[in-house]
Design a protein. Structure first.
Ligand code: SF4
Ligand code: SF4
Length: 357
């Protein structure tokens, strides 16, 4: 996902991507994760090209079915065949139902996608079947119990142990012998540059270790984690990450305690207790209340203007607090009793002051 872009054409820089893939393989990185929509469809062919000169047995290649896009088994077949062609391979080591939620899982069940994918597996074309996941733990549990999965991919980092599948999901997968691939180990970069005061416990223990290295080692130290995904866009990142895992040094007790203290300090900076449950939605004006609160909380917790700006600009205008007319409807529905209209207004003021409109 982090392949470099050409600055002039704003398309993927295939030559640099190939160099990075080559360096990764040389340094022992053997697992490549892609998906249909990455870089608007350009990622799969670019990765295929970058891997074309290497022995197929040397790497694991995983891509995903865009569940939101397929509406029939014929479309699933066409998609799988096209992905194999885009990647220039005869088989995939892993094939995941992409970004499952309750809604997309229901659709996959209704279409009976898994028996079809099993046929590909029986032929050795899709060697391991799994899913990547973005919903509540209960949904993860249901999906986990509904099929003999070969693998699954969840979001996990030391700030998100109880978010989505979280540590409970990891434990469930482990109890079933399902290997877990972790995405977002550094929380989209938020744990890679911590405020000084927050990171003190880590820097006191080891002043030369990067903030990202603590996040990666925390994830890799969790029992049941088989693969830690990290998007790498430069030679330096590949060298740092591959060194960290060659071999991995799991966190010892003292280090684990320092990470926990860092997480506690980060949580203390949260502005309100919005859990993202979405009970307050839909807002008649279209304001995306939980998203606004998440961006506001993250701004305060991680103090990272680049990530805040990106998230804030990612909102549509009508999703922003300026569209709230203080009707109060949402307030009565919030189990956390958050004074939503007032806090939305405050969040809007602070975000605009910090990163613009
Ligand atoms: S108070 Fe504002 S955010 Fe809440 S429902 Fe009314 S318009 Fe939407
Ligand atoms: S109902 Fe309350 S806690 Fe839930 S998303 Fe809305 S504001 Fe957040």
């Amino acid at each position: 996902m982090r392949f470099p872009m050409d600055r002039v054409s704003h398309t993927l820089d295939g030559e640099r991507a190939s160099q990075l893939v080559g360096l990764g393989l040389k340094r022992g990185i053997a697992y490549f994760d892609t998906a249909w929509p990455y870089h608007n469809g350009a990622n799969e062919p670019c990765l295929g090209e970058a891997l074309a000169d290497y022995d197929r047995e040397r790497f694991c290649l995983v891509t995903k079915l865009p569940c939101w896009k397929v509406d029939s088994l014929d479309q699933v077949r066409e998609t799988v065949e096209l992905q194999l062609r885009r990647l220039g391979v005869e088989y995939l080591d892993g094939y995941l139902l992409h970004s499952l939620t309750q809604k997309t899982w229901e659709k996959m069940k209704q279409l009976e996608v898994l028996p079809l994918l099993q046929e590909y597996k029986d032929k050795g074309i899709l060697r391991h079947l799994g899913f990547s996941f973005h919903d509540r733990y209960e949904v993860f549990e249901e999906i986990s119990n509904s099929w003999e999965w070969d693998m699954c991919q969840i979001q996990l980092n030391y700030m998100d142990g109880d978010y989505q599948a979280g540590l409970r999901g990891l434990e469930l997968a482990r109890s079933k012998g399902v290997p877990v691939v972790v995405m977002e180990p550094v929380k989209g970069g938020a744990l890679a540059r911590l405020p000084d005061e927050v990171a003190k416990p880590l820097r006191t223990l080891n002043p030369s270790a990067s903030d990202a290295s603590w996040a990666l080692r925390w994830v890799a130290s969790q029992p049941g984690v088989r693969v830690v995904l990290s998007g790498m866009a430069s030679q330096e990142e590949i060298e740092e990450n591959s060194t960290l895992f060659s071999p991995l040094r799991p966190l010892n007790e003292e280090e684990q305690a320092a990470v926990e203290e860092t997480a506690r300090r980060l949580r203390q900076r949260i502005r309100n207790g919005c859990t993202g449950c979405r009970y307050c939605l839909p807002c008649p004006q279209g304001v995306d209340i939980p998203k606004v609160f998440r961006i506001w909380n993250n701004m305060s917790v991680y103090d990272n203007d680049r990530l805040t700006r990106r998230a804030w600009r990612g909102l549509d205008q009508e999703e922003k607090p300026s569209h709230c007319v203080s009707c109060g409807r949402c307030q009565t529905l919030c189990p956390q009793h958050i004074p939503i209209p007032e806090q939305l207004a405050q969040a809007g003021r602070e975000l605009e002051r910090r990163v613009g409109t």
